[in-house]
Design a protein around this ligand. Structure first.
Ligand SMILES: [Zn+2]
Length: 82
């Protein structure tokens, strides 16, 4: 899915609060375990930051790569995981 299609979707994560801060909803599945939660949260952060900086949410592949990279960073810093 290209970024233009993503930005044109009525994506729930584009909701903002009264101060304009993004509201991100994450399903139970996205919080299934520590690693999944970290990847999911950073995946959504990528979309939000891309939207803020570039005006679109970026691609799913980019968001997935960022989530994986942040999980690896978490594991490196904490010694948790593989
Ligand atoms: Zn995504």
């Amino acid at each position: 899915m290209d970024s233009r299609r993503i930005s044109q979707q009525p994506v729930v994560s584009w909701l903002t609060d009264a101060q304009g801060r993004p509201i991100i909803y994450i399903s139970d599945m996205g919080l299934a375990d520590r690693e999944t939660a970290i990847k999911t949260i950073f995946h959504e952060i990528y979309h939000q930051e891309s939207r803020r900086v570039w005006g679109h949410g970026g691609t799913e592949a980019q968001a997935e790569e960022y989530g994986e990279r942040m999980l690896a960073e978490y594991q490196r810093r904490t010694g948790r995981g593989s």
